[in-house]
Design a protein around this ligand. Sequence first.
Ligand code: ADP
Ligand code: MG
Length: 250
Amino acid sequence: MSEPILKVEKLNRFFGALHATKDVSFEVKEGEIRAIIGPNGAGKSTLMDLITNRTKPSSGKVIFRGMDITGMEPNKIVHKGMTKCFQISKLFGNLTVYENVQIARIEMNKKTFSLFPVRDTYLKQEVAQYLSFVGLEDKMNEVAAYLSYGDQRRLDIAIALAMDPKLLILDEPAAGVAREEAYTLMQLIRNLAEKRNMTIIFIEHDMDIVFNYADVISVLRDGELIASGTPEEIKNNTYVQEAYLGGGDV
Ligand code: ADP
Ligand code: MG
């Protein structure tokens, strides 16, 4: 068995008196597609922010590819191979699709190969390739702000890919897009994961998508990880059913 790509050890986060994540521990294997589910306010987004250190943990550890990255500067974590998607607010709306990915790629190259400036033609090919992965090659010269919401999500995935992630984290990939587009996006993410040997963690409310695309599902409730297992195991877990799946608050 290979080492897990991610190990989360007893992560706690308090917001004042509110205990948003409680001793959360879990491991994710390389290449796995992991879903995080749970009612609103369960602590899912907080947990992802703790893993990427956008929020500092009150206690606990995050081990990524064997490195203790707890407290590491978020940008540095990106360079270690962990990227979080769907920060559409971070797109440069007045720039083209191409330019948005180009900026991300230049930023990555600057830090990785600072002695070897990237040749322009090489960069162009790279950017075009990331855009073709997500099906945006024909919209390269469109201004990002004028893209449909679904295409903005695709662009966000292309930007994330330009960071060359080993672990890609997505917070509600299906939110706000039509059901068919949500499935297409998830299929795209799964194909990319397979092709690039990427590990995926995604938060999702849509149980059809979760049961269709996750290898392993972890269930959070009130900041606590109450179960982890295969879709089959989670479906048949009576505690989870009572606590969440049958609860209506999905
Ligand atoms: P989820 O993503 O599962 O819906 P969140 O992680 O967003 O849940 O929130 C978990 C709990 O932590 C909620 O009660 C939320 O109000 C609280 N919370 C999240 N972020 C903050 C913050 N920055 N300050 C105070 N409370 C917060
Ligand atoms: Mg959330």
